[in-house]
Design a protein around this ligand. Structure first.
Ligand SMILES: [Zn+2]
Length: 298
């Protein structure tokens, strides 16, 4: 088994064990606090893992609405024309951007994803982000739930810097390792999984990463608590095995309870108010499940 000897973020060699997450090989840097998988997955391990990914192309209408709002928000900060979504999945965010008239680019690994995205009018590159594929700079880079899958954060953010124009924006989302869900669910917090996730960020460490690459932090927020994670975590705790219940049927069942709650908070003023209040508290204490950062190239 190949392992990292240094912190992926600051290079420090004093790495502490995290007994709760020993099965996922997690270590915490004693200097900067960054948490990551000490074990380096092989190409075969990663291929076998990602082959199990579902190819479901459905998307919640509420998510599409959020994507349009997000683009509105970026437009207020800077001039927006060329957008790239790194690890764009099935291209739902970029489809919204394409329909709004933006020039859209994406990267993905599988032929199936490339095919789905190209059918949506997105210009695609296969594989990891390669700055040499682009001869013009971007105004906005987005990367939704991607950076937790990689173990070379500096290389990735350095590439972001290369393909972005001065004053351009990066928007990243990733699970929050300081979230209240992690503190409650402990070993049953389903985010921790090898080799699915290799890097685990907090508001502090994500800010540190981007600022080391000459980005200015415009916003860091943590929002939401996923009800499905609690149900999944509970179910896992109850089954009394180490195997995770990740059958697509059971995940679908759990996810539909999240979607029901989202729909209620869209249409019912009481739920909407309750959700805003909860998010305000989660963000104030930086303990929401989802960590979102907006950074600007200096
Ligand atoms: Zn460190």
């Amino acid at each position: 088994m190949k392992t990292h000897q240094n912190c992926l973020l600051c290079g420090n060699t004093d790495l502490q064990n995290i007994p709760t997450y020993a099965l996922a090989y997690l270590k915490k840097c004693s200097s900067c606090g960054f948490v990551f998988s000490e074990r380096i997955p092989t190409y075969e391990e990663l291929t076998a893992h990602y082959d199990t990914y579902s190819r479901d192309d459905s998307i919640s209408p509420i998510t599409l609405k959020r994507y349009a709002e997000l683009l509105d928000y970026f437009k207020k900060i800077t001039n927006l024309n060329r957008i790239i979504d790194v690890g764009c999945g099935n291209g739902h965010f970029l489809k919204v951007a394409t329909d709004l008239g933006f020039e859209t680019h994406g990267t993905e690994f599988t032929d199936k994803a490339i095919e789905l995205c190209e059918a949506k009018g997105i210009q695609m590159q296969k594989g990891v982000l390669n700055p040499e594929n682009y001869d013009q700079h971007f105004d906005l880079i987005t990367s939704f739930e991607v950076i937790e899958h990689i173990n070379n954060p500096h290389g990735e953010v350095d590439n972001f810097h290369k393909i972005l124009r001065k004053g351009g924006l990066v928007y990243v989302t990733t699970p929050n390792f300081d979230s209240i869900s992690k503190h409650i669910l402990k070993e049953n917090w389903t985010i921790v999984e090898y080799p699915e996730h290799l890097s685990y960020y907090t508001p502090k460490t994500i800010q540190q990463l981007f600022e080391q690459h000459d980005f200015k932090t415009l916003k860091i927020e943590t929002t939401g608590v996923s009800i499905s994670r609690y149900q999944q975590g509970q179910a896992q705790g109850n089954t009394n095995t180490t195997a995770k219940d990740t059958s697509s049927q059971s995940i679908q069942k759990f996810k539909s309870s999240d979607e029901n709650l989202r729909q209620k908070s869209e249409t019912n003023p009481f739920f909407k108010f309750a959700k805003q209040t909860v998010n305000f508290g989660l963000n104030t204490f930086k303990i929401g499940d989802s960590l979102k950062g907006v950074f600007q190239k200096k």
